[in-house]
Design a protein around this ligand. Sequence first.
Ligand code: SF4
Length: 213
Amino acid sequence: MDEFVKMHQNIIFESTLSSLKKNGFNAILANSREEAAEHIMEIAKDCSTVGIAGTHTVRALEVLPKLEKAGKEIFDHWKFKIGTPEEVECRRKQGRADLFLSSANALTMNGEIVNRDGCGNRINAMTFGARKVVVVVGKNKITPDLESAIARIEEVAAPIRAMSLNRKTPCVKSGYCMDCDSPERICRITSIIHKRPMLTDITVIIIPEDLGY
Ligand code: SF4
């Protein structure tokens, strides 16, 4: 990597980690996916149940098989057909798991975690319910501030997510948010975690590569 690109990245990581710590979060820079998975395994040591959000980022760490091998009960709603009672029940259980694993739609350099959900199981589990939360974020999701975080959701994260779910929403054609009234709209709740919620232990792990969307 070009030394100046690396220098620029390091400034962004250091600033974001420092802001997160100031806001009460545990904040870690993992140098690789493997290192991130090791941190998760350490955090999960005293946990029996683990919920996982609909996240490509966390799955890319290949940590779920390791957690299962360690005897953890995993609540992963992707194992069930969407909309079935089993899938909905699994989403509920995520919100009371000992540990909840997620990514975020955006992480600001001011140390704020920003998400937009359709169901709200992710936002719910991240703010109250799960005892511990780990948020894994690739460098592509770090934005300077809240305005750019929302722009990232509307221009990148939500349209791509709508495409992946095969939704008939206008953003799948335009490539950016049209603030639609579609019954298939996936953007229904926006959450900004400004500071660590009082009763939840949240660790943010930053990985220096592009991960998820
Ligand atoms: S509000 Fe509608 S158009 Fe905008 S990103 Fe969400 S689903 Fe797409």
